[in-house]
Design a protein around this ligand. Structure first.
Ligand code: NAD
Length: 499
């Protein structure tokens, strides 16, 4: 019988106050029930906040290098459990083990990076304009961090948020995606095993109701959200009204540009991985392929032939290239967009339907799909589909490719394939995204660099790298005057001066 899981609040594993649960099923085989998880509400969130406030008082007093030591032990445990975490993540989320191993590795990299950051949360010491006076700053923790995560990186995205939040000295409440609650359950177990004081971490399962209660709670001054732009916008309204610090990482409509001088075999590997890896369910997935007209027909033929031979199936089957979508609603959304695309005049080159056969009959599978003849104004060229659908647009020049790339409301990642070094640097400068890859696909961020997007993909903050540590800490400035007399800034040095 499938296990019933619990929240982790005030140092204990507890049922939700609502008494309700939801099911977590394998998207490749919906007869496989992974477990039942609590459908939490505002009372559970309130209990989590009360505990996290106590946890914060304790944790903020622990020196940052010692907080970093806990994260180093977390990294060690993730290394030890990498394979079992990857396999259970494939069962829960659907992507193939090569990708779930990568997901765990990103958590490992983030843990070890966080551990070193505990020894380098730099402040500044700068000269004061007055004698016998020091002027300096340091970074202090903020309080209870409310973290809300999506389904597509069940482990990596929670770690991007939790680890820097913890090293900076905050207490954490995490509300993971209701589609992948088991992976974060395991992650919290690992944090506790590594020696994190129990009240510093709270795990509240559930969906929109629990997420909204966390955002609405007045004692959670900091919210970090990754998910869809619609949900992020609603959260942004609340946080604006309540003066909360907020980091948003949202949707994308990422493009790969292939110029006429590109190495087409290299670009082919890139587009297959970018568009159909994770079944297109990456925020950085290649959703648009912008191809120079001189190589357009040839390249589209190459992509269609290769994508047509990708094998769909359960990720745990070693012969599988592409797993399922996360749930039926997601598959229906993909189907709707494929219909809309054809109604708008795009040509279906590949896929456009559910697969048939034994391997896929019990899961939410959809065939890799290519639509060509797409115009920049079409909905399939503008809106995030979040599935294995590639829209192909033909252009006549690099300038036109830049205009098409930039002509959407999102701005997460972009890629350019060319052998022309000038175009490579122009792309880095002119493509309106948070991340540009040259001769590599739109996916592949590394944990020690800032990650995020412009326009409606984000709100100016970044995950990852050094920048995220700014988000989870507040600058405190100190002036220490040891002159023994009143010194007035802006005044004493200028007394008697004509200006
Ligand atoms: P989603 O917006 O449906 O859900 C994300 C999280 O928000 C879940 O935990 C959900 O329970 C919670 N939630 C839902 N309604 C809420 C509310 N009213 N208040 C508070 N929380 C609420 O997104 P998803 O389907 O899980 O993930 C896919 C989306 O995430 C895509 O749009 C993708 O582009 C985006 N994404 C972005 C990045 C990035 O870094 N930019 C990374 C991964 C995914």
């Amino acid at each position: 019988m499938a296990k019933t899981y619990r929240n982790f609040i005030a140092g204990e594993w507890v049922d939700s106050s609502t008494g309700r649960t939801f099911e977590n099923r394998n998207p490749a085989d919906t007869s496989d029930l992974i477990g039942r998880f609590p459908e939490s509400g505002a009372r559970d969130v309130a209990a989590a906040v009360r505990s996290a406030r106590r946890g914060f008082e304790l944790w903020r007093a622990v020196p940052a290098p010692a907080r970093g030591d806990v994260l180093r032990r977390v990294g060690d445990l993730l290394v030890r459990h990498k394979e079992d975490l990857a396999r259970s993540m494939t069962r829960e989320m659907g992507k193939v083990p090569a990708e779930t191993r990568g997901d765990v590795q990103e958590g490992i990299d983030t843990a070890y990076y966080a551990a070193t950051q505990g020894r380098q949360l730099f402040g500044h010491v700068v000269p004061s304009e007055l004698r016998s006076k020091w002027a300096m700053s340091y970074r202090r923790p903020i309080g209870v961090a409310g973290l809300i995560t999506p389904f597509n990186f069940p482990l990596a995205i929670p770690t991007w948020k939790m680890f820097p939040a913890l090293v900076c000295g905050n207490a954490v409440i995490i509300k993971p995606s209701e589609d992948v609650p088991h992976t974060v359950h395991r992650l919290v177990e690992i944090l506790l095993e590594a020696g994190l004081p129990p009240e510093v971490i709270q795990l509240v399962h559930g969906g929109a109701e629990a997420g909204k209660a966390l955002v609405d709670h007045p004692d959670v001054p900091l919210i970090s959200f990754t998910g869809s732009t619609d949900t992020g916008s609603r959260i942004g309204e609340t946080c604006g009204r309540m003066h909360k610090r907020l980091s948003l990482e949202m949707g994308g409509k990422n493009a790969m540009i292939v110029m006429d001088d590109a190495d087409l075999d290299l670009a082919l590997d890139g587009v297959l991985w970018g568009a159909f890896g994770t079944t297109g369910q990456r925020c950085t997935a290649t959703s648009r392929l912008i191809v120079h007209r001189k190589v357009h027909d040839r390249f589209v033929r190459m992509v269609a032939e290769a994508a047509g031979s990708l094998r769909l199936g359960p990720g745990l089957d070693p012969s599988t290239d592409v797993g399922p979508l996360i749930h039926e609603a997601s598959r229906e959304k993909v189907e709707r967009y494929v219909e809309i695309g054809q109604e708008e005049g795009a040509e279906l080159v590949l896929g456009g339907r559910r697969p048939t056969g034994q391997r896929t009959k019990r899961g939410w599978f959809y065939r890799p799909t290519i639509l060509a003849g797409v115009k920049p104004s079409m909905r399939i060229a503008q809106e995030e589909i979040f599935g294995p659908v590639l829209a192909v647009l033909r252009v006549g020049s690099f300038d036109e490719a830049v205009r098409v790339n930039n002509g959407v409301r999102y701005g997460l990642s972009s890629a350019l394939y060319t052998r022309n070094v000038n175009l490579a640097f122009r792309a880095y400068q002119e493509l309106d995204n948070g991340i540009t890859y040259v001769n590599a696909p739109t996916i592949g961020a590394e944990a020690h660099l800032p990650f995020g997007g412009v326009k409606q993909t984000g709100n100016g903050h970044r995950e990852g790298g050094w920048e995220v540590y700014e988000f989870y800490s507040e600058t405190k400035v100190g002036y220490i005057d040891f002159s023994g007399s009143l010194q007035r800034a802006q005044i004493d040095n200028y007394a008697g001066s004509p200006t």
